[in-house]
Design a protein around this ligand. Structure first.
Ligand code: SF4
Ligand code: SF4
Length: 352
């Protein structure tokens, strides 16, 4: 019988021998230098992972080059992380220094471990998705170029995890990042009634709207959008090309801060919006890079040792953060989910 869908090979088949031998028996890990992780097993065996940043959209030549390096120094073992880093897996300690020298000589960026900013986990952007309000890899490249000094060193108060989602659907998991960059549309979809009449499944289109803003218009064999209810998410455009939402003048970027998924020291938390709109100024997004650098420098100057961005803001209070950052506050920035009072308004004296 023919096997039609074989799927990917089982991941265990792809593990380096040292990982297979020490599977479930790792004792501890440490970071001997920025970008180098050392995992030590109960047997005393050590595996070094050398982390190199990439801009995600890479050429076949780039992939071929890193594979050649992995063949020479790592017996062919390397992996790509969800943050678009490449990790060279070195099980022979004698090859670590030559690998680092090779990477430096070839201009690769080694870093992203411990108290550094790792690469920004991000979504598809203008190249691959249909509802983005901003680009993904382009913004990330501009921001990471600006923050490079915090990638290849470990001089931040704590680890800094950033995310970018190019629309509100947030398939990049920006909800829980120390700093999140989120593409925002600010105008409702423009309905093309002719296209709806020609080929849109109206019940599916109505059901696609998370706020119930779309209702059928049987008289016109089309739909109506209640603009007061619309949150400009673009979900309806996913369902029908008749609901175009892209708007070059009004689309842009919002900045959210203070989220984390880890439960070390304090509970996990959502990121909260602190800047509702920055313009889409491709190709280098100077307003966005400047705003992010300012927040990071404030955090460096004011955080206690080991404090993540959200932990620092919670300690000083959100009011104080807005004052220090010289950011205008509006009631539109207050989270509207059920725990908003506990999570955003940190005291009864919250004055805004
Ligand atoms: Fe598409 Fe939105 Fe995901 Fe960006 S965040 S890739 S626009 S669904
Ligand atoms: Fe509904 Fe989102 Fe479409 Fe607005 S953009 S009508 S909220 S699906």
């Amino acid at each position: 019988m023919a096997i039609l869908d074989q799927g990917p090979p089982h991941y265990k088949k792809m593990l380096p021998p040292i990982v297979q031998e020490n599977y479930g028996k790792w004792k501890y890990h440490e970071i001997p230098s920025p970008g180098v992780l050392k995992h030590v097993g109960e047997s005393g065996a050590a595996l070094y992972s050398v982390r190199v940043g990439t801009p995600r959209l890479v050429s076949i030549d780039f992939i071929r080059d890193v594979c050649v390096i992995a063949d020479e120094y790592c017996d062919g073992f390397l992996r790509w992380t969800t943050r678009n880093n490449v990790e060279f897996l070195v099980s022979d300690e004698a090859k670590l220094k030559p690998l680092l020298e090779k990477l430096e000589a070839e201009g690769y960026s080694v870093g992203g471990t411990g108290r550094s900013v790792s690469n920004i986990v991000h979504t598809q952007g203008w190249v691959h998705c249909h509802t983005p309000a901003t680009d993904a890899s382009g913004v990330v490249k501009a921001v990471m170029d600006d923050l490079y000094e915090y990638f290849n060193t470990m001089k931040l108060p704590a680890k800094l995890k950033m995310g970018l989602a190019c629309c509100l659907n947030m398939c990049g998991a920006a909800h829980c990042s120390d700093i999140a960059i989120v593409g925002v549309h600010r105008t409702p979809p423009r309905i093309n009634h002719e296209v709806i009449r020609k080929g849109t499944e109206i019940p599916s289109l109505v059901a696609s709207c998370p706020t119930g803003a779309i209702r059928p218009d049987p008289k016109n064999k089309s739909v109506i959008v209640n603009e007061d209810k619309c949150m400009y998410c673009g979900n309806c455009y996913t369902m029908s090309p008749a609901m175009e939402i892209y708007d070059p003048k009004n689309d842009g970027i919002a900045i959210l801060i203070g989220g984390k998924t880890s439960n070390a020291r304090t509970s996990p938390s959502f990121s909260r919006m602190v800047i509702p709109f920055l313009p889409n100024t491709a190709p280098r997004w100077p307003e966005t890079t400047e705003a992010i650098r300012k927040i990071i420098e404030l955090w460096i100057a004011n955080a206690n040792d080991g404090e993540r961005v959200g932990e620092w803001v919670e300690r000083i209070g959100w009011e104080r953060f807005f004052t220090l950052a010289e950011l205008p506050f509006s009631d539109m920035l207050i989270d509207d989910y059920i725990f908003s009072r506990e999570t955003f308004r940190t005291s009864a004296q919250f004055k805004y």
